[in-house]
Write a protein that binds this ligand. Structure first.
Ligand code: PEP
Ligand code: MG
Length: 759
């Protein structure tokens, strides 16, 4: 069964459009399961009906025409119950509904199962047999397994452009739903980072000019042959025999009689050169991949590699992809956006970011927010070439990304962008007023910094200090650990930019989604692994070097606060404090020699691992301040990976459990007289800031781009009113309800414009 399943999925995956794939699927399933008919209906939510999309056994002319309302027939029943229905005689079932167009009169036995992806019924796959009988449990289990695979296939099909009908152009309007990464609206031309032509991601398309495409293909093969000959000549002295064999295989494949004949035959059917190459090569690669001989299996990779070279030459000769000029306004599109990647675009017109991987609180999203660039994350399955060189509109509030829009939509988007600009111009114009609520409560607003490649000293001028300086970036941007001097220079810049404001520097918090290339750590669960203080305590050399660099940078200043990340037990604080003391003693003399005063730094702890909720009295005895990391606290309290788009809908800092934890921290920190700052992303969101202020927090640290917005919220907020809502909010069942109530409050205070821009 497993090999049948593998074969089905492999064959289906190679077909260019969803409808062709479904057609192949029903055909193979019918023959594998030895039934008289296999059909697949797709759900159309707009019209609330299931539409026959493929069949092998029923009347083919009914495809696309037979539409079964969601609440009718056996198909409707399966969709409604979200489980298989197995009947010996369909005609005798009370829900049976006859559709004469499908000509199913002779079929009695029926089994169908829903195709479900992320709780949504996408369609129904069903089998029918002439004789009256119940399908057995093995049949049912196999069908359910196929349906689960098909669900993934269908959900990816739209994202990868396969949803088109055969021959349909890809240039029709498309909208994808990702995860909001950084608030804001943006429009620009899609620029795919390090764009490489690959058959895997190529979106098939048709051609009207068959002769032209045949010449394009032949020319590309010729160019590839020359390139391969050159490569093999350059290496011929050093090549071992088995690699020489690979070049021989390349030459055979490039021969017009093997690959070429099949590719040209596909071009003659109307597919363009690159699509034809894709179909033929993927079929070849699948055949090799299925061979028993491991040597031959390996050759699948060579075939794909060679074909990708041909594809690049096809693309070059037909100038298919104009690469956008990064001096124009553009939207950066990448499989996974990273800090070093963004550094490359720091002086370009980067209007927005689309990252296929990651989620709302991945560090890439935090970085985008720090840069004030709208971003959408987690567009899983979207094919990069779909966005390359296309005009894109992205909505960083809702996570929507659109392309191929018409002029009416373009005008609509432009209007939304200018409304947003007007709102922020107004907010910015009032930014000099101090953040004091309508009823006189003063709030300290601090800055989170350190996420960008360069130290942006401008950021430190704003706010009441730096609530969180993330020190990871200089470590991530190099190919070795930065030296003590290199670190010291950066820290000095930061500390001296505002000698009279407190600057909180966090010790290295790598691990999780912030790996170091030169210190690779292989772990099954990196977020639960060797991260933050765990790693640096195991490497006192790294920890001491960093703390010494911080202390040296603070010579003659008294604003250094040291913050310890990822602490989960008391001993970690004791150990870290011992090392800080050691570093202090090591540099003290040096400071004296240079006639500098060396002030003892305040030491604080990040509250971001749930265990610390129950250790607050012990922690309070040991540290000078608390810093609440809502990003990780949410992740660990809810057991939801902050980086995983599959569970993004479960990740919310407005979850009542998270809010109750935050409330507890605030109360305990007041009781033990340890100042607490919130430095997670929640503090920089209008609704989040309202809740935190209502709970009693007086210190919020956020990215510099959120400062003006939150200042505006505070000045238009009545503390007593918000405080009176807190008990009720903490007793709510869901994050949505909590957000709704506060959005309503923002509206009532005349901050409606921020409601859309709320989160
Ligand atoms: C947090 O976890 O809330 C936090 C501020 O730290 P980071 O996002 O860098 O993990
Ligand atoms: Mg954290």
């Amino acid at each position: 069964m497993l090999s049948a399943l593998k074969r089905i999925i492999q064959e289906v995956n190679q077909l260019p459009t969803l409808y062709e794939a479904l057609d192949a699927l029903v055909c193979i399933v019918k023959s594998e399961m030895k039934v008289d008919s296999c059909s697949l209906h797709l759900a159309d939510y707009r019209n609330k009906e299931f539409v026959l999309a493929a069949t092998n056994g029923l009347e083919k002319s009914a495809i696309g025409k037979v539409k079964i309302p969601f609440n009718e027939g056996l198909i409707g029943l399966i969709g409604e119950r979200e489980e298989p229905v197995n009947v010996a005689n369909a005609f005798a079932h009370p829900n049976f509904k006859h559709f004469p167009e499908v000509k199913e009169e002779s079929f009695k036995a029926f089994i169908g199962t829903p195709i479900i992806h992320q709780r949504k019924v996408l369609g129904v796959i069903s089998l029918q047999q002439r004789e009256q009988r119940l399908f057995d449990q093995d049949d049912e289990a196999f069908l359910v397994t196929i349906a689960a695979q098909v669900a993934l296939y269908i959900s990816n099909a739209q994202a990868s452009g396969k949803f088109q009908q055969p021959g349909q152009e890809l240039n029709s309007y498309q909208r994808f739903n990702g995860i909001p990464g950084s608030p804001g609206l943006a429009m620009g031309i899609g620029l795919v980072f390090n764009f490489k032509h690959e058959l895997r991601t190529l979106i098939p398309s048709k051609t009207d000019d068959i002769q032209d495409q045949i010449s394009v293909y032949r020319e590309a093969v010729q160019t590839t042959r020359t390139q391969v000959e050159q490569l093999s000549a350059n290496l011929s002295d050093t090549l071992p025999d088995d690699v020489k064999k690979i070049f021989q295989l390349y030459n055979q494949l490039l021969d017009a009689n093997s690959l070429g004949r099949e590719v040209e035959s596909s071009i003659r059917k109307g597919w363009d050169a690159s699509s034809s190459l894709k179909f033929v090569v993927e079929a070849y690669a699948a055949r090799f991949d299925n061979m028993d001989d491991p040597y031959m299996r390996e050759r699948a990779v060579d075939i794909v590699d060679l074909s990708n070279r041909i594809l690049s030459n096809i693309m070059d000769s037909s100038h298919k992809q104009a690469i956008p000029d990064p001096q124009q306004s553009f939207i950066l599109v990448a499989d996974e956006v990273s800090a070093p990647m963004l550094a490359e675009f720091s002086d370009t017109k980067l209007n927005g970011i689309v990252s296929l991987k990651g989620s709302n609180n991945s560090h890439a999203a935090i970085l985008a927010r720090a840069m004030g660039v709208p971003a959408v994350m987690g567009l899983d399955g979207v094919s990069l070439p779909l966005l390359q060189s296309k005009e894109i509109f992205l909505d960083g509030y809702s996570g929507a990304v659109s392309c191929n829009f018409d002029d009416i939509k373009r005008q609509e988007y432009k209007k939304l962008i200018s409304q947003e600009e007007a709102l922020f111009a107004r907010i910015d114009s009032e930014a000099d007023s101090p953040p004091i609520t309508e009823d006189g409560v003063s709030i300290s607003l601090l800055v989170n910094a350190g996420m960008s490649a360069e130290v942006e000293l401008d950021q430190f001028k704003q706010g009441d200090g730096v609530g969180l300086f993330r020190t990871e970036i200089p470590f991530m941007m190099r190919d070795r650990f930065p030296s003590e001097d290199e670190q010291g220079k950066i820290y000095r810049q930061v500390l001296s930019a505002h000698p009279n404001k407190e600057i909180t520097m966090r010790t290295l918090d790598v691990g999780g989604d912030k790996p170091l290339t030169y210190f690779p750590v292989k772990e099954d669960n990196p977020f639960l692994g060797w991260r933050g203080i765990r790693l640096t305590l195991d490497h006192p050399d790294i920890f001491l070097m960093q703390v010494r660099a911080m202390l040296r940078a603070s010579f003659g200043l008294s604003n250094l606060h040291i913050l310890l990340p990822m602490v989960s037990c008391v001993s970690e604080i004791d150990d870290a404090k011992k090392l800080i003391k050691q570093a202090f003693l090591e540099v003290k003399e040096e400071a004296a020699e240079q006639n500098f005063v060396l002030s003892k730094p305040a030491v604080g702890v990040m509250l971001e691992v749930p265990s610390v909720l129950f250790l607050l009295p012990q922690l309070a005895e040991r540290v000078d301040f608390f810093s609440v990391g809502t990003n990780d606290l949410t992740q660990y309290l809810l057991a939801v990976d902050r980086n995983n788009s599959n569970v993004a809908s479960l990740y919310s800092s407005y979850h009542p459990a998270v809010l109750n934890a935050l409330h507890l921290i605030q109360q305990e920190s007041t009781k033990y007289r340890v100042p607490a700052t919130v430095c997670g992303e929640l503090a920089g969101e209008p609704i989040g800031a309202l809740i935190l202020i209502g709970m009693g927090y007086r210190r919020l640290s956020m990215n510099a781009h959120s400062l003006h917005k939150i200042n505006w919220v505070i000045r238009n907020t009545n503390f007593k009113q918000v405080r009176s809502m807190i008990d009720d909010l903490l007793a709510q069942d869901s994050p949505l309800e909590i957000q709704k109530q506060l959005a309503f409050y923002l509206e009532s205070q005349g901050l409606g414009g921020l409601v859309r821009a709320g989160q």
